[in-house]
Design a protein around this ligand. Structure first.
Ligand code: NOJ
Length: 547
């Protein structure tokens, strides 16, 4: 197997808007990121993935790009970005950008031109007449991923345009070869600047095979069977590889909502993607309509994780990102076992085979925002779904409870650097989204001073990952267990690492064959941990180097 940089380095995800604000306007920026590079280097991460930092009207927080070739002035200038590349490089870190090309912003020049049916840009987007040739009945029954119709009528064009997300995010028409040409130009522009690669937004939805009605009822995403992972989609990704990525030392990470195993394998073996995010793991406590949750069970997570370990050669391992609620309150127990459950989850994420991803703040155990009035949310999904709920006359307390579960602001609150009112995120007193008041207890400064903090555990874990060829490249082998227990090995040549994790609050018996172990503890989250144990304590995790 080729030793690519992305196989033995950890990715740290930076949500620029909420990471560090250098000028006191309450919005994070690139100079802010630069000021924290020493912190990131001390963590030991090797790749920084930045959520979109392009100019954007921010209807969907940057996932509505208005210009692919420049930097959002709120975040800085191209010069700042060049400095970031250089300063990161000095510290041995590489930068990954977000590539958002299923759609653009409706304020992108292409779309502005496209509204004129005689413009060469008209065909950059997907336009159709309404079913009844009127302004009331859209061309088909698809619903957007954010809920509501996936089509909007445009007066100027005199037609409807497709948007799988918000109406401010019109979908590009990938059947037009000029779209591919333009996007490949964008890829080369950033790669030539020194960017290491891309996390490709909803990349398995870009090719629409047909525009026929979707089957059944779906609150959101109706019609998906017509655009998920179609042959045309694979062809485009393969073209990216042939025309662009094969000529660079790069990484291509797909965000692949609803990916199945067969398509997952194809993405990797066909060199379409280097790795991809599947969502089974973060849907483990969700019902099909995501406002409805179900109880988290470690055994369900185990089944999902192991099945993906078996199915594909390389996984993108993550429990958090900017679209998910924080993992600690979902899968752990921050009230009683803040440190233990946070570190047990980290241990699991890092010991699976694949590239580990850490989302900003996860390393200190950041939690969700307190439940708020949904009208305070900045998240377009909450705004859209709340609008529908209001029309259905759903009472506020219920809306508040349900919408909390999809409110992406939860994971987007400012990074907690210290215990001051703005959490050290900003020198200003107003931040674009509220600071979590728990920054008094959960912050980088405090955890840096404590050698037994979650942050210190992350540092040790990343250091171990970085020096262990077994953890980076070793084969994965799971042993059948019940309840909350995970037992697996990673092996390379004649050497093995045994991982034992109790992802629950009950003391749990270790299966007999693993009670007397010949080896040494490489990392544990209890101070007095031993390699041989009959029981694991609540959320105990052990990484054991076998003799
Ligand atoms: C996935 C991104 O992660 C999310 O934040 C965004 O809203 C959608 N794609 C649409 O671009």
């Amino acid at each position: 197997m080729e030793t690519k940089y992305w196989r033995n380095h950890v990715v740290y995800q930076i949500y620029c808007r909420s990471f560090c604000d250098s000028d006191g306007d309450g919005i994070g920026d690139i100079p802010g990121i630069i000021s924290k590079l020493d912190y990131l280097a001390s963590l030991g991460v090797g790749i920084l993935w930045l959520n979109p930092i392009y100019p954007s009207p921010q209807f969907d927080m940057g996932y509505d790009v208005a210009d692919y070739y420049s930097i959002n002035p709120e975040y800085g200038t191209m010069e700042d970005f060049d400095d970031l590349l250089e300063e990161a490089k000095k510290r041995g870190m590489r930068i990954v950008m977000d590539l958002v090309v299923n759609h653009t912003s409706n304020e992108h020049e292409w779309f502005k031109q496209a509204r004129d049916p005689s413009s060469p840009y008209h065909d950059f987007y997907i336009w159709r007449d309404g079913k009844k040739k009127d302004r009331k009945t859209p061309p088909n029954n698809w619903t957007s991923q954010f809920s509501g119709p996936a089509w909007t009528y445009d007066e100027k064009a005199g037609q409807w345009y497709l948007h799988l997300y918000a109406k401010e995010q019109p979908d590009l028409n990938w059947r037009n070869p000029r779209v591919l040409e333009e996007v490949e130009k964008i890829l080369k522009f950033w790669l030539d600047k020194g960017v290491y690669g891309f996390r490709c937004d909803v990349i398995n939805q870009i090719w629409k095979d047909s525009l026929k009605d979707g089957k059944g009822f779906a609150f959101n995403g109706r019609g998906m069977e017509h655009y998920l992972m179609k042959e045309g989609n694979h062809k485009i990704l393969k073209a990216f590889y042939n025309d662009v990525f094969s000529h660079y030392d790069s990484v291509v990470i797909g965000e692949t909502f609803k990916v199945d195993k067969a398509n997952g394998v194809k993405f990797l073996t066909n060199h379409e993607l280097d790795m991809f995010f599947e969502f089974d793991r973060t849907n483990v406590d969700r019902r099909s309509v995501p406002v409805f949750t179900k109880k988290f069970r470690a055994k369900n997570l185990r089944k999902i994780l192991y099945s993906w370990q078996d199915a594909v050669e390389w996984n993108a391992n993550y429990f958090e990102n900017h679209d998910q609620l924080r993992s600690l309150p979902r899968f752990g127990d921050p009230k009683r076992y803040f440190y233990q459950s946070g570190s047990a989850l980290a241990c699991l994420n890092f010991c699976l085979r694949g590239t580990p991803f850490v989302y900003q703040g996860q390393e200190i155990g950041m939690l969700n925002l307190p439940k708020r009035d949904p009208s305070l949310s900045k998240d377009v999904t909450v705004k859209t779904v709340d609008g529908i709920m209001r029309k259905l006359l759903i009472p506020k307390p219920i809306r508040k409870k349900l919408l909390f579960q999809i409110d992406r602001d939860n994971a987007r609150s400012p990074m907690q650097w210290d215990s001051s009112p703005s959490a050290g995120f900003s020198s200003g007193s107003r931040t674009w989204i509220p600071v979590n008041a728990n920054c008094k207890d959960i912050n980088v400064k405090k955890e840096s001073k404590d050698k037994n903090s979650l942050l210190s555990y992350y540092k040790k874990l990343i250091a171990l990952h970085n020096r262990s060829d077994i953890l980076c490249f070793g084969n994965f082998h799971a042993y059948p267990t019940k309840g909350d227990l995970f037992v697996f090995t990673r092996s390379l040549k004649a050497k093995s690492i045994l991982v034992l994790i109790n992802l629950g609050k009950r003391k749990t018996a270790v299966p007999k064959p693993f009670r007397k172990v010949l080896g040494s503890v490489a990392l544990a989250n209890y101070l007095d941990a031993k390699a041989s144990n009959s029981f694991l304590r609540p959320y105990e995790s052990l990484i054991i180097e076998l003799d």
